[in-house]
Design a protein around this ligand. Structure first.
Ligand SMILES: *Cc1c(COP(=O)(O)O)cnc(C)c1O
Length: 386
């Protein structure tokens, strides 16, 4: 077994008879068989032959195999977006009468799925705090089936101790389902700490260039087989083109993340004493309240830095208006640095109380550190701070 980052470069699922070096694109909705027996065997799951691109496709398989290698998983299934991966993991394993334990600061659309749609299917939930581990065990109910969390959280960069949560999951026989989007597998591997399922929005750092949507679930073989059967019937398949893009992206994930993280660290170190900033958070700064967890489970602090402006909402808006280079956009995890102000944009629909409960103060700014020269990123941020 080679190193995971080598696998992410070298895995090649399929070649044509041209023996091309770079993976070809298999833009086809279905695959042919030579005879009735081959076709029967494929439909009977007696061969690995591709049948139809909603079930499998060589480009999708290549991306999936690389993610399986990177996360140290047994199997995976790639989906059209991060949200379809999240939804598939819920619908495959939760049924009427089940209960879900959720970390309070999670991605907005995931919150919507949990609060607005899961109750329609008779699935209950309880939110617990990322930074209050004592709440987790007390919230387990007899019908709890799954623990769902993100670490670091979005946008507040709170951390959840994966080894600790895993002890609760194992004690009560719960599925531990981790959205590893913010860290990426080159920085943090939840399966090494006991996670059963790991989810990604490939749209973010995995692509890293802001081009395509995609998602993936990886984990134990028998669990992924259930995910596969759900997705094969319900249809959130990743397109071969997006998979081809994403598979190429994984070849550079490790080197890209190293630079994203070193740029983020430099930004965090430089800005932490800035007079316009009340507090600043970055997992690999000793001032982060959960720094001890960061160094235990992460290889670096990742590419996101967040800080709270002293002037609140108005300062947040002014900061965005003064930026000259950083992009104002809803995405994160791009070669181009991005600034966002959650209170007036992505989280504006929540009440002030709901925002504060997930760590979103009025002046909170989230920076996704790009790959530009760090001095240029810093110069823009500093001039915008006024
Ligand atoms: C963006 C994101 C998602 C959703 O992914 P899409 O690809 O946009 O569907 C899920 N979780 C986290 C943490 C995200 O940042």
């Amino acid at each position: 077994m080679k190193h995971p980052i080598t696998e992410a470069i070298r895995i090649q699922t399929e070649r044509t008879n041209q023996m091309e070096h770079s993976a070809p694109l298999f833009l086809t909705s279905s695959f042919c068989f030579d005879n009735a027996e081959e076709m029967r065997a494929a439909f009977a799951d007696e061969s690995d032959d591709n049948i139809y691109s909603r079930f499998s496709n060589p480009n999708v398989q290549e991306f999936t195999d690389k993610m399986v290698a990177l996360e140290g998983a047994e199997a995976g299934y790639a989906t059209a977006s991060g949200m379809s991966a999240v939804f598939a993991s819920f619908m495959t394993f939760l049924k009427k009468g089940d209960h879900l334990l959720v970390c309070n600061s999670i991605f907005g659309s995931t919150q919507t799925v949990i609060k607005k749609y899961l109750p329609n299917y008779g699935i209950g939930y309880t939110y617990v705090s990322a930074d209050k581990p004592e709440e987790w065990e007390a919230a387990v109910k007899p019908n709890t089936k799954m623990i769902y969390l993100e670490t670091p959280t979005n946008p507040g960069l709170a951390l959840v101790d994966l080894a600790f949560v895993n002890t609760i999951a194992k004690k009560y026989n719960l599925l531990l389902n981790v959205d590893n989007c913010f860290a990426t597998p080159v920085c943090q591997r939840p399966i090494d700490f006991g996670a059963d399922l790991v989810i990604h929005s490939a749209t973010k750092w995995l692509d890293g260039q802001g081009r395509v949507l995609g998602g993936v679930v990886v984990g134990k073989k028998e669990l992924i087989n259930d995910i596969y059967l759900f997705c094969r019937s319900t249809g959130p398949a990743l397109s071969p083109f997006n998979a081809w893009i994403l598979s190429k992206s994984l070849e550079t994930l490790d080197v890209r993340m190293e630079r994203h993280a070193s740029n983020a660290l430099k930004i965090a170190e430089t800005l932490q004493e800035h007079p316009a900033i009340a507090t600043l958070r970055y997992p690999f700064l000793p001032s982060h309240p959960q720094h001890h967890i960061a160094i235990k489970q992460m290889k670096n602090g990742g590419g996101i830095v967040c800080f709270d402006l002293k002037g609140g909402l108005e300062s947040g808006r002014k900061f965005l208006d003064r930026l000259q280079m950083l992009s104002l956009t809803a995405n994160l995890g791009d070669t181009r640095s991005i600034a966002s102000h959650p209170a007036s944009t992505t989280h504006a629909k929540l009440t002030e109380e709901e925002r504060l409960a997930t760590g979103i103060t009025p002046g909170l700014i989230r920076i996704s550190a790009g790959l530009e020269h760090v001095d240029d990123i810093l110069n823009d941020i500093v001039q915008a701070l006024g």
